[in-house]
Design a protein around this ligand. Structure first.
Ligand code: SF4
Length: 365
């Protein structure tokens, strides 16, 4: 059933034209955009968009625009190439292994930092999961694995089962994470697959703890259907964390960011990270806000939040590590490494002179 739903995703400009009127020129330009970076929008997500509102935040996240023809930025902002041990397998932080299990998602976010590969022909997806298992087995320092992509929940339950079975006997592996936006785009994937729920419930009870790292970016993505999926996952013992990307025109108002975090907590999802939008090619111009603006939004949002709702860290996922953006004082901006690739940066606290236009660490002198 959920597979059928996926097949009905909006993937062509002609289908998009049924939802919003496009001029002839726009159609030509957008066709160019999606030839390079495919469009895919689930019918469920399309039903959440106010198509008459040109500034609808959900539309901004998922519908391509001609701004994607602007080329500034990079396709590898977090240094993924240098962390890749073999296709589809990365090891950046000592304790964490990362597997790119697929290049497919239930819909394609236009701001995705893996835009270089989602929905596209790529060699970056893991070819043989056993190679990942062998690597993890041989590295006792790894205590968790993040299975991501793309969205691993677009894979069949049978494939997910083989992943879990392959990982289950690694004694130094404490928990397994799945990075997914499926509960937002295609909640039926969770709601209508009792085999998946039985599988993860079994692992949570008897084998390894499973975490889902969700990506919910706007309060309107928290639908009744998402709540139902979340409830099912919680009853199956899954621990749910959420990361949000701070995006211009989407969640860049303190009230919106605060409402998002409060609503997440009210349904049992833990706020985990708020990410500074990366300077991704074809993304940064439309979505990135400055570090100064980001700090203002996050700090103001925190004044509306209780301790639990403001546990998230505001970070930059930089090629050198996850860097927490702490604050501004006396024209300096302060940072601290939360995760570091090199040991010399572990816990390093540092500051840079504030540049009001800077959106990323590399923009600061
Ligand atoms: S769901 Fe995640 S991987 Fe897929 S397009 Fe969105 S951000 Fe990228």
């Amino acid at each position: 059933m959920w597979r059928k739903e996926l097949q009905n995703n909006i993937t062509t400009i002609a289908e998009l034209d049924d939802f919003q009127d496009l001029s002839k020129i726009e159609k030509i330009k957008l066709k160019k955009v999606i030839e390079r970076h495919p469009m895919s929008i689930s019918q469920f997500y399309a039903s959440l968009i106010d198509w008459k509102d040109p500034k609808d935040p959900l539309k901004k996240m998922i519908v391509p625009t001609c701004d994607e023809l602007k080329l500034s930025g990079s396709y590898d902002t977090s240094g993924e190439k240098s962390n890749t041990k073999f296709f589809g397998f990365q090891h950046k932080y000592e304790q964490t292994a990362l597997v790119l299990a697929t290049n497919q998602c239930a819909s394609y976010c236009r701001f995705c930092f893996r835009k270089r590969m989602v929905g596209k022909h790529t060699q970056e997806v893991i070819q043989n999961f056993k190679h990942a298992v062998d690597y993890i087995q041989a590295h006792a320092e790894i205590n968790n694995v993040l299975i991501t992509g793309g969205d691993p929940l677009t894979l069949s339950t049978e494939i997910l089962q083989t992943f879990l079975e392959d990982l289950e006997d690694i004694s130094h592996l404490d928990f397994i994470r799945f990075g997914t936006k499926v509960p937002v785009f295609l909640p039926d994937r969770i709601i209508e697959d009792p085999d998946l729920i039985e599988l993860i419930s079994d692992y949570n009870r008897y084998k390894k703890q499973i975490y889902f790292v969700l990506q919910i970016d706007h309060p309107r993505e928290i639908t009744l259907e998402l709540k139902k999926a979340v409830d099912i996952l919680k009853r199956a013992g899954v621990i749910l964390n959420n990361q949000t990307v701070l995006l211009k025109g989407v969640n860049d108002r303190p009230e919106v960011l605060a409402k998002l975090q409060n609503t997440l907590v009210s349904i049992g999802i833990n706020p985990y990270y708020v990410f500074q939008c990366r300077p991704v090619k074809r993304v940064k111009r439309q979505y990135q806000i400055t570090l100064e603006e980001g700090l203002h939004i996050v700090q103001k949002a925190k004044t509306f939040l209780n301790g639990h709702s403001k546990r998230f860290k505001y970070v930059m996922s930089h090629r050198t590590g996850k860097i927490e953006i702490l604050g501004i004082e006396d024209n300096n901006i302060y940072f601290k490494y939360h995760q570091a690739k090199k040991s010399r940066n572990f816990n390093r606290f540092f500051h840079k002179k504030l540049d009001k236009k800077a959106c990323w660490l590399d923009d600061l002198a």
